[in-house]
Every structure is written in structure tokens, then in C-alpha cells.
Design a protein around this ligand. Structure first.
Ligand code: SF4
Length: 443
């Protein structure tokens, strides 16, 4: 039976007050978009309405109360944030039905309140950000969405029918957002979209001015500019079109992280053809080797689907051999599941569940062995690590350039007192296991 996917919740936003408040509103909406929410242009279509208030003057407070009253009258489900939020008792006295009240710059709290009021139902079939439950993106890393929709029609995917063809954001708007995120404490930007390498194909002639220079809406140009803004920039959902070769020198030069998340999904040509995958190039292995010649440290992560309709034992063996040669650093695997509305459901020769399970176990075993060997080779090296958590005993947890949050491994530090979230520190790697590294800051 096909899996039926929920539709994403919609958020309405009323933003009052000064430009700083507008920046906060944009930051909150960026996070919510990354979390799988959609925006509603009117009260009626919203599952919950956010009112970002101003409390600077009495007149601004009165305006904020009016806006809250209007949102309650028109929609009923309202969350209040912003400067006036510090006078929660005044707001509650007038509007006891408000769902939550948070203060200025409390991004995490307001996004938590939205998650509670209208759960996002993150789906691995639709959403780009890993489902971390209610754990929100800490300030030191942020997802930056550069486009919406997709021009491809992969047989297992329903995103184009839900979200439409690719629509790219203006490069100057993306870069402005990146600057604001960094000003608010972001050290690592994770670029996301359905198809990052296709960024700009719909607006290719629309160059924009950015800090006095022209920026072309193209992945390479965008990556270069983002690399000047944020200490770490990580690219996700890159398809291996020929122009991807151009971003590898940016990685070798240290401008962006030497990390590529490429959802290959399979390697056997006949399966890729039935999947209708983009950039389905038989020479991709050669290109991976060429990338490693330019940037030996590049970490490549990917996902694969096993048990796609018509996948034969020979196709699956081809995939395992391909993985042996590709030596990918990080791999996630999924058993094929029909999603309601996907073209693949109608394909012949569905693979029996027990065969999918057996292939899944084999691919996990193969990729774990590759990962273990690749991580062991890092013992003795010193790697920069971004700190995600600290404990009371002088320990800390972070990630290297090769680890995206939630989906890849971690680096566990001992004897590392005094670190703060978001610090980027050198770490001497002492040990490794299947997925993680262990180390200590150099004396
Ligand atoms: S590239 Fe394929 S899998 Fe990815 S969003 Fe587009 S249609 Fe879906």
C-alpha cells in the first residue's frame, strides 16, 4: 500500500516595528521554511499566526495589541513574539487565549511554540532538514534555502507535483539573509534546496548587485559569495552536473567546506533510468576521482534506495561494486516504499520485502566498513571541529567538515574545558569507530 503524506502546516506572520524586528521575523520564517512549513498570505489559510510585536513606545504597544486582537479575531490561533513579549502579563490580561508569548530575539523559543501549536510532520519524502523532533537548529548553524521546487520528475518522488517546478531566490536576497544569519551568531550555513546545482536556471539572466559587484544566479557564484560571509558553508542536494566540477577548487581553497551531499540513489544504469534520475552520467566515478585529485580531503555523502521496482540481483551487485570504488564517506540507505502519487508505484516487478531487507542489510554492512576505514585514516590528524554541545566535565561534542548535523557522525572531545557552542577549534584525532571520531584539543 502506498504511503500517504500529510500536507505541510501554514504560518501567517504579522511583523511590526523596526528593521531589527524585521530581521528577527525573517530569521524565524527561514527556520520554519527549513523545517517544512509553508507561509500563508492571509489569516484564513494559516494554521497559526505569529505576531512579532514592538514595545518601544506606548503607541507601538497599542498597535501591537491591535494586531494581536485582529489576528485572534480572524484566525484564533496566535503566538506573540518580539519586544512587547516581555510584558506577557499585559498581553495575557487582554488576550488570555494567546497560545504562547516569547520575547525579542528568542528564535528558538518561538519556533518551538510553532512546532507545538502546528506540528510539522517532517517527512523524509518531502523535507530537506533531518527530523530532529523538537530539537531546533542552534544559532551557530542555520539552513539556508536557495530555491523551491524541482524541474525533474524522478519516478519515486512527488515533490514536483506538490511544490511545482524550480523557482530560484534572487542571489542578493540569499546573500543578505546569510549576512543576517551570521550577524545573529551563525557560524555554519547549510545550503538546501531540492536541486542545489540547478540553482538559477530559471533566472539565469537576472544578475544582481551585491556590495558593489554583480552576482550571477549560479551555484558556483553563490557558493563563492557565501564563502566570504560565513566561516563554514556546506552544500546539500547537489546533483553531479558538469558544472559541479567548478565548486571543487573553492573547496580546495578553503572558501567552502570540502563536503558534497549528492543523493545518487543508485548506480546501476538500468535502475537510474527507470528512476528517471537527473545527471545520470556513467562517468561519475571518474569525476569523483578527479575531484579527489583537486581536493583530496573532500567528504562525499549520499543516499541510496534499495529494492526499487525491477532492481535485479545483478543491479544490486553493481551498486555494491560501485560503492567499493567510489569510497563515499557517508551513506544513508532506504528500502523503496511507494508514496501515494509517485509514478514508480505503477512500475512492474516490485521487489519482495524480504529481498529489500536483505539488500538493505548488505548495503549497510558495506558502507559501515568503508566508513570505519575512512575514519580510522583520520587518527593522528588535527581537524577543525565546530562545537555543538558541552558538558560539565570538560567534555564536548562537535563535528568536523565531513559531518553535517543530525545526518553524519560526530567528534567527541575530552579535556576540552571552556568551549562554547559554535566555537571552531582544532582537535587532534585520537580514535575512531564506525561513524564517529574521538579527540582532544592540542595542548
Ligand atoms: S530531483 Fe528527483 S527526487 Fe529530487 S526533488 Fe526533483 S524529482 Fe524529487
Amino acid at each position: 500500500m502506498a504511503t500517504i503524506l500529510p500536507s505541510p502546516p501554514k504560518i501567517g506572520m504579522v511583523s511590526l516595528g523596526c528593521p531589527k524586528n524585521l530581521v528577527d521575523s525573517e530569521r524565524i520564517l527561514t527556520q520554519l521554511r527549513a523545517d517544512g512549513y509553508q507561509m500563508s498570505a492571509d489569516y484564513a489559510g494559516a494554521d497559526v499566526v505569529l505576531v512579532n510585536t514592538c514595545g518601544f513606545l506606548d503607541s507601538a504597544k497599542e498597535e501591537s495589541l491591535e494586531a494581536i486582537g485582529e489576528a485572534i479575531a480572524e484566525n484564533g490561533r496566535v503566538i506573540v513574539t518580539g519586544c512587547f513579549g516581555k510584558e506577557a502579563d499585559v498581553i495575557r490580561a487582554r488576550f488570555p487565549q494567546v497560545l504562547a508569548i516569547t520575547g525579542a530575539h528568542e528564535y528558538e523559543q518561538v519556533v518551538t511554540a510553532v512546532h507545538e501549536a502546528a506540528p510539522a510532520n517532517l517527512s523524509p519524502y518531502l523535507d530537506l532538514v533531518p527530523d530532529a523532533g523538537l530539537k531546533l537548529t542552534p544559532r551557530h548553524y542555520s539552513y539556508l534555502k536557495i530555491s523551491e521546487g524541482c524541474n525533474h520528475r524522478c519516478a519515486f518522488c512527488i515533490i514536483p507535483s506538490l511544490r511545482g517546478d524550480l523557482v530560484s531566490r534572487r542571489p542578493d536576497a540569499i546573500l543578505r539573509e546569510a549576512e543576517k544569519l551570521v550577524a545573529a551568531g551563525t557560524k555554519e550555513i547549510l545550503v538546501i534546496s531540492q536541486d542545489t546545482s540547478a540553482y538559477g536556471v530559471d533566472i539565469r539572466r537576472e544578475t544582481r548587485m551585491w556590495h558593489g559587484r554583480e552576482v550571477v544566479p549560479h551555484m558556483t557564484d553563490l557558493a563563492r559569495e557565501l564563502g566570504k560571509i560565513a566561516p563554514w558553508v556546506r552544500l546539500h542536494y547537489v546533483y553531479p552536473y558538469p558544472h559541479v566540477d567548478q565548486v571543487i577548487p573553492l573547496m580546495a581553497d578553503g572558501l567552502i567546506l570540502p563536503y558534497l551531499d549528492i543523493p545518487f540513489q543508485h548506480a546501476a544504469p538500468s535502475v537510474l533510468k527507470r528512476m528517471k534520475r537527473p545527471a545520470n552520467d556513467a562517468k561519475v566515478l571518474q569525476r569523483i576521482h578527479a575531484w579527489r585529485d583537486i581536493c583530496p580531503d573532500i567528504a562525499i555523502r549520499s543516499t541510496f534506495v534499495v529494492g526499487f521496482p525491477g532492481e535485479t540481483e545483478a543491479d544490486f551487485d553493481y551498486l555494491l561494486d560501485w560503492l567499493d570504488e567510489a569510497q563515499l564517506d557517508r551513506v544513508g540507505a532506504f528500502r523503496f516504499e511507494p508514496v501515494e502519487g509517485a509514478a514508480a508505484n505503477a512500475l512492474p516487478d516490485h521487489v519482495p520485502e524480504e529481498v529489500k531487507e536483505e539488500r538493505y542489510a548488505r548495503i549497510m554492512e558495506k558502507t559501515a566498513a568503508i566508513s570505519t576505514a575512512k575514519l580510522a585514516a583520520k587518527i593522528g590528524r588535527t581537524l577543525d571541529v565546530i562545537i555543538d554541545a558541552v558538558d560539565d566535565d570538560g567534555g564536548a561534542t562537535g563535528r568536523s567538515y565531513a559531518d553535517a548535523p543530525e545526518i553524519d557522525g560526530e567528534v567527541f572531545l575530552r579535556d576540552a574545558p571552556g568551549l562554547k557552542l559554535g566555537d571552531i577549534v582544532p582537535v587532534q584525532i585520537e580514535d575512531a569507530d564506525e561513524h564517529d571520531l574521538f579527540g582532544v584539543p592540542p595542548p
